[in-house]
Design a protein. Structure first.
Length: 255
């Protein structure tokens, strides 16, 4: 069972939807500063589809790609609830394809940190570049080492909601810059009993210079790096960096 396939059913309910709801108006501000050449969007690692559906409501042509069948089930249900046409598909973010290039690609909520090697991250950036129209825009956020080592660290977090409880136990390995979060959830069923699920999520922290070099190598010129949800440049205490890159004429090809 892939990660998120169990968690997907209670993902929004557990409070994770808050990030996407906060991101939507921020993206609107970002696009005023960094306009896309067309109102077509790929939301890569789209999760439960909150951002994808919001852009569809604004008249954008929207694609959503995610590796989790469970997340996509929730996303399709959400799009149907709001009467929006979004083309969702289950694909690996390192080798996805679209019917045609788009003006904007987003990859949000530290999804890129799930790429555990620089080679995997580079593959994602190459696919993004191939999916963009000329002058297209890529917007993505990433957790920094500050978050994985000092905020998450070796800690335990607990989330309780209506009919659910989620325990997250995190650990960080400085030598590999790898964070492991073990999630155990309990979801109340209709019969009053609780169903248990367990998942492990792994994230890697990258240096700012590594990400910038990988973007540039893929033909994505970095226009800005912001402290996420603002417009100040990141510093050593920044917990999340928001990257804005634009497709150039020189794109790395697989050999």
């Amino acid at each position: 069972m892939a990660i998120y396939d169990h968690y997907a059913r209670v993902y929004d309910q557990s409070g994770q939807i808050t990030f996407s709801l906060k991101m939507i108006p921020y993206l609107e501000e970002l696009l005023q500063r960094h306009p896309a050449p067309a109102r077509s969007l790929l939301d890569l690692a789209c999760g439960t589809g909150t951002v994808a559906v919001a852009f569809a409501q604004q008249g954008w042509e929207v694609y959503g790609v995610d590796a989790s069948a469970g997340m996509l089930e929730q996303a399709r249900h959400k799009a149907a609830q709001w009467g929006q046409a979004v083309a969702f598909s289950q694909q690996d973010m390192r080798q996805f394809v679209l019917p045609h290039p788009v003006g904007l690609v987003t990859c949000l909520y530290d999804s890129l940190n799930y790429m555990l090697t620089l080679d995997d991250l580079q593959l994602v950036f190459q696919c993004v570049a191939a999916a963009l129209l000329p002058n297209g825009v890529f917007i993505a956020d990433m957790n920094t080492q500050e978050t994985l080592e000092h905020v998450w660290g070796n800690n335990t977090f607990f989330v309780e909601g209506r009919n659910l409880a989620v325990v997250m136990v995190s650990s960080y390995e400085p030598a590999t810059r790898l964070s492991a979060v073990n999630i155990v959830g309990f979801v109340r069923r209709e019969d009053g009993l609780y169903e248990r699920f367990e998942e492990q999520h792994l994230e890697t922290a990258y240096e700012k210079e590594q990400v910038e070099a990988a973007l540039e190598a893929a033909g994505l010129r970095v226009e800005a790096a912001y402290e996420c949800f603002g417009f100040e440049p990141p510093d050593e205490e920044t917990r999340r960096i928001l990257w804005v890159a634009r497709k150039t004429g020189h794109v790395m090809r697989n050999t």
